[in-house]
Design a binder for this molecule. Structure first.
Ligand code: HPA
Length: 266
């Protein structure tokens, strides 16, 4: 960890980010026009290169509306073969750099007919179906406690700010529970019915490990799902990566606008 921090510090000097943003599939456009210091994951000690199409794989340190931020363009996924601990390593690094608020975005499949593709869903809570937990292993007491509480993981304060911004921009918001499975296979229709029965609204393959670690590190967490498709069995079209990336780009523009407005107020 100290090597990672030293390396990043050698690039950014005494820049102290307060906000981290994790961009999901198709949302990379958010930082296309931002100026700042870009560091490819492949250069960073302790980071592994991201391998999925549609994900870039770099950190961007920049100022947005005079907020100092670090943006993850592309993330590490469990299904790529990274451990959950490696997947969430950047979150711990952000904490050490001074970050106390994080916005985690993802592309997700809808589990309910009324949650239509193209919707923006604020995550109210999650269900971890990945079969593991990112905090397994020796605990670093400088980051958080051994048995962290997961109440109010997704900040109500931040959700209310997003709502205010969405109203101003005339953007409709949905709310729901995000469920995460490991992937990389999409869910079966039976799994989709099970997740919906258990109270989840959307499903994906990310976010939950990062959110657990962020909460453990006492960060304020905002989770946003871009609903890119109906999950298996809910439509005639089988979930596929092309559709996820394409809808991510189309509806992603709306989410980028909302993020920009939200950052002014948080
Ligand atoms: N299932 C799982 N992950 C996803 C989906 C889906 O339908 N869409 C986008 N990410």
């Amino acid at each position: 960890m100290q090597d990672t921090i030293n390396f990043i510090r050698s690039k950014i000097g005494d820049f102290k980010p307060e906000l981290a943003i994790v961009l999901g599939s198709g949302l990379g456009a958010f930082c296309d026009n931002l100026e700042g210091i870009r560091i490819p994951y492949a250069d960073i000690t302790g980071f592994a290169p991201s391998k999925v199409k549609g994900h870039k794989g770099e950190l961007l340190f920049c100022e947005i509306h005079s907020k100092k931020a670090v943006i993850m363009q592309g993330r590490f996924h469990f299904y790529e073969g990274h451990s959950l601990s490696a997947t969430t390593y950047p979150i711990k690094v952000f904490k050490k750099l001074g970050v106390d608020k994080i916005i985690i975005t993802n592309a997700a499949g809808s589990l309910k007919k009324e949650l239509t593709p193209g919707s923006i869903m604020l995550i109210e809570d999650h269900i971890n179906f990945m079969g593991s937990n990112p905090l397994i292993g020796e605990n670093d007491e400088t980051l958080g406690t051994r048995f962290p509480d997961m109440n109010d993981l997704y900040s109500k304060r931040l959700r209310d700010i997003v709502k205010t911004c969405a109203d101003k921009l005339n953007i409709e918001l949905k709310y729901g529970i995000y469920s995460a499975l490991s992937g990389p296979s999409y869910e079966t229709p039976a799994e989709v019915r099970m997740l919906a029965l258990l109270g989840a609204s959307a499903t994906g393959m990310s976010t939950v490990p990062e959110a657990i670690v962020a909460k453990y590190c006492s960060m304020e967490v905002l989770g946003i799902s871009l609903i890119t498709n109906y999950a298996a069995g809910l439509s005639d079209v089988a979930p596929n990566h092309k559709e996820v990336v394409e809808m991510g780009k189309i509806a992603g523009a709306k989410l980028c606008e909302l993020l920009d407005e939200t950052i002014k107020l948080i």
